[in-house]
Design a protein around this ligand. Structure first.
Ligand code: F6P
Length: 525
């Protein structure tokens, strides 16, 4: 971490010809955007040039909607990196892949390794290097593992860097959006804060900063009862087919958008189930491609969009969660809270303040809410390191933990998690497709080929696979799977019961809680 921080410093000294690029897929790409924007804001505040850029697989539409397919394309990854860093003489590339698995990132790292005169690659992930993905990437000689092996060799002379503390598997309850994402945020913020500071980068400085996240984590979970209540409220809304809306301000609002967008591939959710809205919409975000509202309803992200499109049909069965801090425009929060309260009493808030902050206006908001998680941060925490920036990062981290708990908990209530596995995941890229096949093997005890066959039957909604289907490319299968609901549950029930697809569909219709349907099937099989 210290070495990487020094490399960032070199970039800061020569902003004209240098660049830092943060990149990843899914949540990792969203966090790349989140942090690149935050770091640039902080750099400008400190009178440095904003030297950070981001690349997300699938472009900006992937910031708020699930776009898993581009994750499989290493050439696209390399091209995007080349484009964003055109003309630069020195580029520090930070590729994030929690599972050490995304071909998009492998392609970017390979590109860096082939152009060492300009690029220094840093890989952030949470598996040991030997567990990097070994599966061949179609149309390419690389594997993620082969790239990691080359990086390990260069890491000995600090021409490449691997930051990969092991955190445990992603497949269990979507951990890359949760602990992998949180750890990415911690690691990169620790590195970048150290490099922005005018004092030397020291081991103790890094350690102290890391420990402050540990404290923030304990502090956040000291509110676990209130968080659990929020989780229940959100769970009740999802259980009855209603909606959860996060209405946030500043970066806390953006975290709401990020948390919501990952629910679709993780839990097979509809994009309406959990939605995020941020005050100021695209103006607040400053993303590469600007306002995406015209791309469709998923891209309506401002509070005005919420007022126009969601508020009129809100009822007590929907849950609204306000995310804000003492430093936000509290009058605006109160105004929106009042509008929401006219439609639903199921309004809650997660609010951050520092010990000693005046709270008169917040009290008015609290009265409108049926519950408020008040995080009153101790004064000394904000005195650490670079004051405001540090304080904001801690609050963001805390909000991320809270949101991850609420959305995951709500989907558990809805029955989307079975034996700790996300049984209703979407199979929209090769990693998710393989994961689904492995999950079917584990839960049904059938062979790999039988499970793949069942998966295809579920995707194509047929009882027999024709020659054409059996020889279809993986990309085609993944693409078609988007239009089928509950692909994995369909395949599992089919394997366990031997029923026709029609019968399986009607069983799942009768038992819409996926976990219960699986339990019933397993008991009788
Ligand atoms: O393919 C979807 C996904 O699993 C997302 O859930 C996740 O955010 C993304 O891949 C990135 O995973 P990783 O950081 O391991 O490359």
């Amino acid at each position: 971490l210290m070495e990487v921080a020094e490399r960032v410093r070199l970039i800061l000294k020569d902003p004209q010809d240098s660049l830092v690029v943060l990149s990843g897929c899914g949540t990792s790409g969203r966090l790349a955007f989140f942090m690149a924007s935050g770091f640039n804001r902080e750099l400008q505040r400190l009178n440095y040039a904003p030297v950070c850029s981001y690349v997300i697989a699938g472009g900006d539409r992937a910031l708020f909607s699930s776009q898993e397919a581009p994750e499989d394309d290493p050439t696209l990854g390399a091209l995007c990196l080349k484009k964003v860093s055109e003309g630069k003489k020195r580029v520090l590339f930070v590729g994030v892949s929690c599972g050490l698995s995304a071909p998009f990132v492998a392609g970017q790292l390979d590109f860096c390794l082939r152009h060492p005169d300009v690029y220094t690659p840093v890989l952030v992930g949470f598996n040991p290097a030997h567990q990097a993905r070994k599966e061949p990437i179609p149309g390419c000689t690389l594997t993620f593992h082969s790239v990691v092996t080359r990086m390990e060799e260069l890491a000995k002379t600090q021409k490449a860097f691997l930051i990969n503390p092991a955190l445990g598997p992603e497949a269990i309850s979507g951990s890359s959006r949760m602990k992998g994402g949180s750890a990415t945020k911690i690691l990169l913020e620790v590195v970048f804060s150290a490099s922005f500071s005018r004092t030397p980068v020291t081991f103790n400085g890094i350690l102290q900063h890391m420990r402050s996240y540990e404290k923030a984590l304990d502090f956040t979970y000291s509110h676990s009862e209130e968080i659990a209540a929020l989780m229940e409220a959100a769970g009740r809304s999802l259980q009855c087919g209603r909606q959860v809306c996060y209405l946030g301000w500043g970066s806390l609002g953006l975290l709401g958008l990020i948390d919501a967008s990952e629910c679709k591939p993780t839990f097979g959710a509809d994009h309406e189930d959990i939605r995020g809205f941020v005050s100021g919409g695209y103006k607040e975000l400053g993303n590469n491609e600007g306002d995406l509202t015209l791309m469709g309803p998923e891209f309506s992200i401002s509070h005005d969009d919420f007022l126009d499109g969601v508020l009129p049909r809100l009822t007590d069965a929907d849950t609204v969660l306000l995310l804000y801090s003492h430093s936000d425009d509290v009058d605006e929060v109160a105004k929106l809270a009042r509008r929401v309260r006219e439609k639903t009493s199921n309004i809650h808030a997660a609010y951050h303040q520092t010990d000693g902050d005046a709270a008169a206006k917040q009290d008015d908001i609290n009265k409108l809410c049926s519950s408020t998680v008040i995080f009153t941060w101790p004064q000394e925490a904000s005195k650490l390191k670079s004051g405001n920036a540090h304080r904001l990062m801690q609050r963001e981290f805390s909000t991320k933990l809270l949101l991850n708990a609420v959305s995951t908990g709500a989907h558990i209530f809805k029955g989307k998690v079975f034996k700790n596995y996300m049984i209703d995941l979407q199979v929209t890229n090769s990693k998710l497709y393989r994961r689904a096949a492995r999950l079917l093997q584990k839960l049904s005890g059938h062979s790999e080929s039988e499970c793949e066959e069942a998966l295809l039957k579920a995707i194509y909604q047929v009882d027999k696979l024709s020659e054409d289907i059996a020889t279809c490319s993986l990309e085609m299968n993944q693409c078609l799977s988007v239009s089928v609901v509950q692909v994995v549950p369909l395949a599992l029930v089919c394997l366990l019961t031997g029923c026709s697809m029609k019968e399986v569909e009607s069983r799942l219709e009768q038992q819409p809680i996926v976990r219960e349907a699986m339990e019933t099937c397993l008991k009788s099989s």
